[in-house]
Design a protein around this ligand. Sequence first.
Ligand code: NAD
Length: 489
Amino acid sequence: MKHFPLHFGGVDRESTDTRDQVDPATERVWATCAEASNGDVDAAVGSAATAYRQWATLAPGRRAEHLLAFASALEARADHVSRIESRSNGKPIRETRLQVAFAARMLRYFAGLADKVFGHVVPLDASDVLDYYTREPHGVCALIVAWNSPVQLTVNKIAPALAAGNTVVVKPSELASASVIELARIGSRAGMPPGSFNVVTGGATVGEALCHHPDVALISLTGGIRTGRRVAQIAGERLVPVVLELGGKSPQIVFADADRSRAISGIVAGIFAAAGQSCMAGSRLYVQEPIFDEVMRELAHSASQIRIGDPLLPETEMGPLITSEHRERTLDVIGEAVSTGAHVLTGGRATGVGASKRGYFLEPTILVDVTPSMRCVREELFAPVLVAQPFTALEEVAALADDGTHGLAAGIWTQDVSTAMRLAAQIRAGTVWVNDYRRVSAGAPFGGFRSSGHGRERGLESLRTYTTTKNVVINYGAQARDPFTIGTS
Ligand code: NAD
């Protein structure tokens, strides 16, 4: 049985407790991960605080060299890391491979930005005074991530944080920690200074201990809304900045003039890739009335063709849900929808793969005849469940899309640029794709409106997240000032 220890101060550390890691595709324990104690959390933050003194003052070009070496080392171990990740969370290897490659790309992107964290000179109405400000790192950042894309979510945070001069303590999800431990080991072997990138594993208790630690200067969470509220509460008590990347219930909107085959492929990708266990899952579908029935027929056919199977096989398109409880919860919501008038167009049942029919698999599911008040329409299910409704006009669908409290992403399918731009302007979401879906880049900011969170990851915006300003005012004139008036300029 494989074991993944804690990793901080540049080396593996054993813990008193461990936690089983269950492969959701086989329902079997495949590894154990360390469970950090409060003492471990304290020691990991201590390592990060000590490392911060050197890392923050290292020439930015040197920090960039470390991140580039880390990226190369990750690329060299990409297959190994993606296999661990697919084992841990059941995401098909065809996607985890891309995500690990993207993580290396992110490290390179932010290595390139490390020496471009510019300050500004402030133009003043006063002579003999120079006012400039710099962007400074916060210090030790506590970075807590979800289980659905552990390596990519971690790198979304550590790449800008480290490039800007912070040091980090990452806590992956207790459900899928192994690939993040492996990532930290790769970083240390590639020469990342000990203590710059630390990992502690465990559940909510470990996460809270980390958030409460007095030496943590910023908290960033990728997780669910309930966890977001709790973490924001701790950050509020401690008065430290908090970044929240939370859930979504993202609408996909198809107009009658859309390129049908591209739209179908985008809708399938939006909800069934990653078995719907993606924050940006396009889980609500609105199709313009004249083409609704036809689009639903084509979608039901596409969904029934999806290859469900062993996540480690390259041909697998959809893996299992993360736990049996998660599948049960999803089936309950489907059952509740059906009992209040919804119809299952396709799917809707638990399934398994292989001779033993094991694994927490769920058929790709499409529900029609849903109403806006149903739980399946309002709540993030984080599962391969699409709810579909017809609409007639742009204003109507703009209101439907905006209904609810989330605001992470949206997809618009039309060939009319005016329709696309008018609707994009009305939707409150951090990302709006037009004739595309689920495309991310290192340079584009990602994050939510409303309860989907605040703060942005990736791109130049994330350097703002991981820095704060320091204004320096230098009076080089010869005159003393009236001490009893404020100096303005
Ligand atoms: P979760 O909120 O249960 O857990 C997320 C992380 O927070 C885990 O590491 C968990 O151990 C930790 N945690 C839980 N309670 C905590 C507490 N009280 N204090 C500190 N840490 C705590 O979420 P999950 O089930 O792991 O992930 C699914 C959720 O993540 C979905 O809602 C999904 O939309 C969201 N997500 C968002 C994004 C994004 O970029 N917006 C990306 C991926 C996932």
